[in-house]
Write a protein of this length. Sequence first.
Length: 115
Amino acid sequence: MDFDYINNAHDSSLLELKLIDGSLDNISLDDKFKLVRLATNKIAHTGVLTISAIDALEVSRGMYRGYLKLDEFNKLLRPSLCSANDIIELLESLEFNILVVRINNYRYYIEASRP
């Protein structure tokens, strides 16, 4: 993920932007929310923003139910974990329409569009 590309793009100029492939997994929670806010400013009318990251609730649920072993849990655990619900709330507060929400292998995948 090229953060300079996002930062240098003109506001409301991108029809599609993807924050995927672990780009949000290793940054602080504050930076994660700042980056999502920055990305939403760059999406044009009817443009689509795709976000994927590790879901804190799914990791906790997997550990509680015994689906995750301790070593797998430690690999997924990050100080910046948040849930899909946190990202959805942020996007909805920024007036984005949620198109798709999926959770697979402890990761959320969200597509949202600017109305």
